[in-house]
Design a protein around this ligand. Sequence first.
Ligand code: THU
Length: 121
Amino acid sequence: MTDDELLARADAVAERAYAPYSKFYVGAALLTRDGRAIEGVNVENAAYPLGTCAERNVLSRAVTEGFGPGELEAIAITASPCGGCRQWLHEFRLDRVIFRKGSGEVVTRTPDELLPESFDL
Ligand code: THU
């Protein structure tokens, strides 16, 4: 699957986001090293801080399916990842992160570029 196709998956799944409060619909699609695609969306809650981002939801889904750090090749996101999600992306050692910036431009970055001097235990 190409990066463009992965982003198209993220765009398509964003329609399923549960975002009645912000109305900001985010989709994320992961590509596993064995060629599978796993999708996720943001899920909000009336108690606002309990909402979860599309990136964290899709990574949790991947872990549930048996994938861990080093086993995920790329992620495509319909928006620029927030600070907390950048730490999650760092944890899973993806090769590349493809996302659409607020300006509409699509860029590809490494997790290290997105979160320099990141925290490790
Ligand atoms: N959101 C994400 O899903 N991912 C990000 O990296 C940025 C923010 C969601 C959270 C919330 O549901 C909505 O976008 C507005 O902040």
